[in-house]
Design a protein around this ligand. Structure first.
Ligand SMILES: [Zn+2]
Length: 388
């Protein structure tokens, strides 16, 4: 990693600032083309718009067609001379959490210096940044030594089951992965550590009986579940970054019957992979406490944590020095939420996450991005792509 001169960042920033209103206009077009994860036709429609924008910028574009989920878009850009030294991957997603039609009650609009609407922040704003970063690179006549590969996936918001293979195989070919997920807070902190995520379901089967006449013939599934939940709570260790939350429970039928069935969903977060394996074993070792009860555990560890390795720190410090050259500050943070960055980080590829827009209200009716901050984020991404 070598640092170019201060003029580079200043020129990238200037070119990006010149395009601020175009960035907002394109973001509006993106947001109006709704793309909920579960609606393949809608995500495909948006994928075609994104593919069109990359073709306009001279990228080699491949649409990776999917059976169940929306299609993925892979755009490759080589701005250097001769042969590239390697590859840098930029990662983001096309899908949003908002069902089709949300836009009519939550239309895209601009007020108070922000652009509002479903998916502005998470993360159509991030896709816009990447497109204008590519423009700024050309305008500043940068010649990166690496091939740039932009991968836009289609099911991040629902666990990335179908995109995972494409993400991992592209990441394995890359020297670094830059993730355009929303940044954190008003100062746009990058995310250098993310907890891993597990999802488990505890299913208890007991035996029903009349609660008044012969309760002794029953096995109370709700009692069994309550005892199991109390035990699970003891796995919490916030100082180590471990949280275990029972989030959804159900059980029983009517008030005077000893319940035969009960179930709970459990959300598990961990900062270290070693803890993930230990938690997984603990979960699957669960045995019934009440006589005659049966307990089944489904699921377990889903996403690995994104650990703040030396390579991640080095990437962050590089990003920070680029921003300093542009006269701006940049900070980092850890978060409990997972992203596709967790997948690439777990492969041992240096991953820098939270490089997306500065804003607030992801997954809510108040989702927005700060317009004034769009150009500097585009310049930051361009600076990274130019110098890594
Ligand atoms: Zn996201």
């Amino acid at each position: 990693m070598t640092l170019r001169s201060k003029p580079l960042m200043m020129s990238l920033l200037r070119h990006s600032r010149d395009r601020q209103s175009e960035m907002v206009r394109l973001l509006g077009e993106f947001v109006r083309c709704e793309s909920p994860s579960h609606n393949k036709a809608a995500v495909d429609r948006f994928a075609r718009i994104v593919a069109r924008e990359w073709r306009r910028r001279g990228a080699t574009v491949r649409v990776l067609t999917q059976k169940k989920r929306g299609d993925l878009v892979r755009a490759e850009l080589w701005l250097g001379e001769g042969k590239p030294d390697g590859q840098i991957m930029v990662l983001g997603h096309l899908d949003t959490v908002y069902p089709l039609g949300t836009i009519s009650g939550m239309p895209f609009h601009v007020t108070n210096g922000c652009a509002w609407g479903p998916g502005t922040f998470d993360m159509k704003g991030g896709i816009v940044l990447a497109l204008f970063a590519a423009d700024a690179l050309r305008k500043a006549q940068c010649k990166p030594r690496n091939r740039l590969v932009f991968l836009w996936t289609s099911d991040e918001e629902i666990g990335s089951e179908d995109s995972r293979r494409a993400i991992e195989s592209e990441a394995r070919r890359s020297e670094a992965v830059l993730v355009l997920e929303p940044s954190l807070g008003r100062d746009g902190r990058l995310k250098t550590a993310r907890k891993g995520v597990g999802m488990a379901e505890i299913v208890v089967t007991g035996k029903s009986a009349h609660a008044g006449i012969d309760p002794e013939n029953g096995v109370n599934a709700v009692h069994e579940l309550a005892l199991q939940i109390a035990r699970l709570m003891k796995l919490n260790d916030p100082r180590r970054g471990i949280t275990v939350q029972s989030t959804v429970i159900s059980g029983g039928t009517v008030s005077n019957v000893v319940p035969e069935g009960a179930r709970a969903e459990v959300d598990i977060r961990y900062a270290r992979m070693a803890d993930a394996r230990r938690l997984d074993r603990a979960l699957h070792r669960i045995r019934p406490i009440l006589k005659g009860a049966r307990v089944e555990v489904r699921g377990g560890i889903n996403r690995p944590p994104l650990e703040r390795t030396a390579a991640v720190q080095e990437l962050f410090h590089h990003a920070q020095s680029l921003m300093r050259e542009a006269g701006l500050s940049l900070n980092e943070a850890a978060t409990g939420g997972g992203s596709d960055g967790n997948l690439t980080g777990a492969l041992g590829v240096a991953t820098l996450d939270g490089l997306g827009a500065v804003g607030d209200g992801a997954h809510s009716p108040r989702e927005r991005v700060m317009i004034r901050r769009l150009p500097e984020r585009a310049a930051l991404l361009a600076g990274l792509l130019a110098t890594l």
